[in-house]
Design a protein around this ligand. Sequence first.
Ligand SMILES: Nc1nc2c(ncn2[C@@H]2O[C@H](COP(=O)(O)OP(=O)(O)OP(=O)(O)O)[C@@H](O)[C@H]2O)c(=O)[nH]1
Ligand SMILES: [Mg+2]
Length: 298
Amino acid sequence: MLIQWYPGHMAKARRMLIENLKLIDVVVEIVDARAPRATRNPDFDDLFSQKQRVILLNKSDLASPQETKAWVEYYRRQGIAAIEFVATNSAKKKAAVTLIENAASEKVKRMREKGINKVVRAMVVGIPNVGKSTFINRIAGATRAQVGDKPGVTKGKQWVKVSPYLELMDTPGLLWPKLEDEGLAAHLAYIGSIKDDIMDVERLASGLLSELNVICPAELAARYKKITPEMPREELLEAVCRSRGFILSGNEADTERAARIVLDEYRAGKIARVTLDRVNEPMPEPNPKEEANDGTAE
Ligand SMILES: Nc1nc2c(ncn2[C@@H]2O[C@H](COP(=O)(O)OP(=O)(O)OP(=O)(O)O)[C@@H](O)[C@H]2O)c(=O)[nH]1
Ligand SMILES: [Mg+2]
C-alpha cells in the first residue's frame, strides 16, 4: 500500500474500545452502504465476539437501492440484524432504536425479573467517516456529537443519553492494521474514509472513474460529457478536464483540479447512486492472521 494506513491514534482508540467493553450491551456497527464489504472492520469479529451486534448500512441515500436491499438480506442470512439507514434524516430513526432494543431484549428481560430497569448501553463503532456521530445525533434528536465531512473527526469516546433507558457511546473511526486487498482499500479511499492528503488524488480519481465507467457508464457520460464507455483509464481525467474546461495555459489539462472535483462529486452523490462493493462478488481470499501492527507512525 502507498498510504499510511494505521495511524497511532487508532491503536489507542482500539485499546479504549476494549477497556469499555464490559459496560456495553450492544455493539452497533455502522458501515457505508456504498461499500458494505470494504467498510466492515474484520478486526471487530474478534473484538466483539461476545456481544450482541447489529449493522446499520448508513448513507444508503448515496447507494444503489437494490444493492442495499441485497446487502441487508445478506447480513440477515448470516444471522446479523441489519437495516438500511440515512443518518441525515429521521425516516428510519424508530427502526434503528427498535433494532438496538431488540438486540438487548434478553438482558433487559432477565434484569426486569430481578426487579431492575436496565439502561441499555450501546457502543457505536465503525471505520472513519461512515456517519457514527451523525447517527448518534439523529437518535438523540440533538447535536451532541461533533461531525464533519472528513475522517478522524471524533477523537475520543463520548456517552450520549437518548432516554432514561438508552445510552449510546460515540467512538473514533477505527481501521485495521493491515489491508492486503488493494481493491477494497481503493473503495475506502473513494468514499472518503481515508484522508486524501496522504494519497495521490489523480490516481485515486482515475481509479474511481474507471470503476464507475463499468458500473454506470450512462450516468458518468451524462455528468462528464467527453467520457465514453470504452475510454481507457488513463484518458478519463483528461476527458473530465475537457468536459469542464479545466485547461491551463499552454493547453495543459488541469488534471489535479479534475481529480478533486470528481471525488467531491462522487462523495456528494452527484454522479449516481452507486454501490461499489457488489454483494454477489466473491469475498477476497482470507489472509493468514498476522501480528497486529501497533501503529507507531502518526
Ligand atoms: N449523504 C449522507 N451523508 C451522511 C450520512 N450520515 C452522515 N453523513 C455525512 O458524513 C460525514 C461524516 O459524518 P460523521 O458523523 O462525522 O462520521 P463519523 O463516522 O462520526 O466520522 P469520524 O468521527 O471521523 O470517524 C458528515 O459530513 C455527515 O453529514 C447519510 O446517511 N447520508
Ligand atoms: Mg465521529
